[in-house]
Design a protein around this ligand. Sequence first.
Ligand code: ASP
Ligand code: MG
Length: 413
Amino acid sequence: MALIVQKFGGTSVGSTEKIKAVAKRVLQCRQQGNQMVIVLSAMSGETDRLTGLARDIQKIPNRREMDMLLSTGEQVTIALFAMAVKAAGREAVSFLGDQVAIRTDAMHTKARIRSIDTEKIKKNLDAGKVVTIAGFQGVTEEGDITTLGRGGSDTTAVALAAALEADACEIFTDVEGVYTTDPNICSKARKIDKISYDEMLELASLGAKVLDIRSVGLAKRYGVPLHVRSTFTENEGTWVVEEDKIMESMLVSGVTYNKNEARITIKHVPDQPGIASKIFLPISDAGILVDMIIQNTSDSHLTDMTFTVVRNDYSRAMEILQGVCREIGAESVTGDKDIAKISIVGVGMRNHSGIAATMFQILANEGINMEMVSTSEIKVSCVVAEKYTELAVRALHDAFALDKENMPTEEEL
Ligand code: ASP
Ligand code: MG
């Protein structure tokens, strides 16, 4: 008998009809002899609706009360789901986060899970019940309700799977799995059958939105096999698992893009110790996230510094940097909002050279100029003008033959 944790997102439980369909699907899996723990999100749109209500009343809503409010969305779906299972003639029980002691720290609206008490869950599973648990919420040591941040139900599911030592954690959503790139801009995008935790972490942080990134980190830490799949088909989705030999032979597994950043360049910065911190401290103090940073070496004691920030923070960052620029005696601050970061990801890059060079060649063939480059062990990212996003993604997807099950070798590229 296997123990399986399944999580259904908001679109999967968006109406009573859909909740009944989910119950039917869960019971099929239960019929095959599996013990089932079901984590649910709020109905689609509900968390946004509640957030709107709060903002109508308080411009910056009190965080403790915000958690009190937002946690209600999931209470509705688990109760309805348990009813749907009972209506189908089977036993079920629903629990809120605090009823199964999903303990978190006290960081309201973005709390982290510390521990889960599995005893009550196990007792109910052994009694033959389908156990359904509210996603996205927990409780502090003091008994205050917390939430885990938007998209946090994935994390609840993985944390439960880890604590219960479940055989698998299945994340049901409205797409078929993780794709080699965004199917909306590249018709040749292919569903990936199996991908490593590290690749998924890169893809998730680079803008692929299927899985909440925190849940992937947690799955990696506890070795929880993750299965991302569609609620609306029976097809296998994508397994996110430990890296294996086959994956290592794949040079590139996915291409992603991110249009959510802006580039900033500070010209003729004095090349001295302490200057970089003078630039980046005020930026981080303002809560602005910096991503790529590039600084060149210099002969003339003057250098240029280029980096990217989240696009929404661009104007604020430029304002702050005008002041900094004067203070440190740099020449000017310029920037560009209309950029995109295009990345290729693959664990095979660890053992192969030349992948970056191939990427540069492919972009060059399309006449696309690269403005910045950064790399990690399993990723190469290039910043290009935003208008080239689609062209760049399709060209890379084609050149690395990501539409094919079997990747080309280095020689074939
Ligand atoms: N309902 C929450 C949200 O919309 C949590 C989740 O769906 O994972 O962010
Ligand atoms: Mg969600």
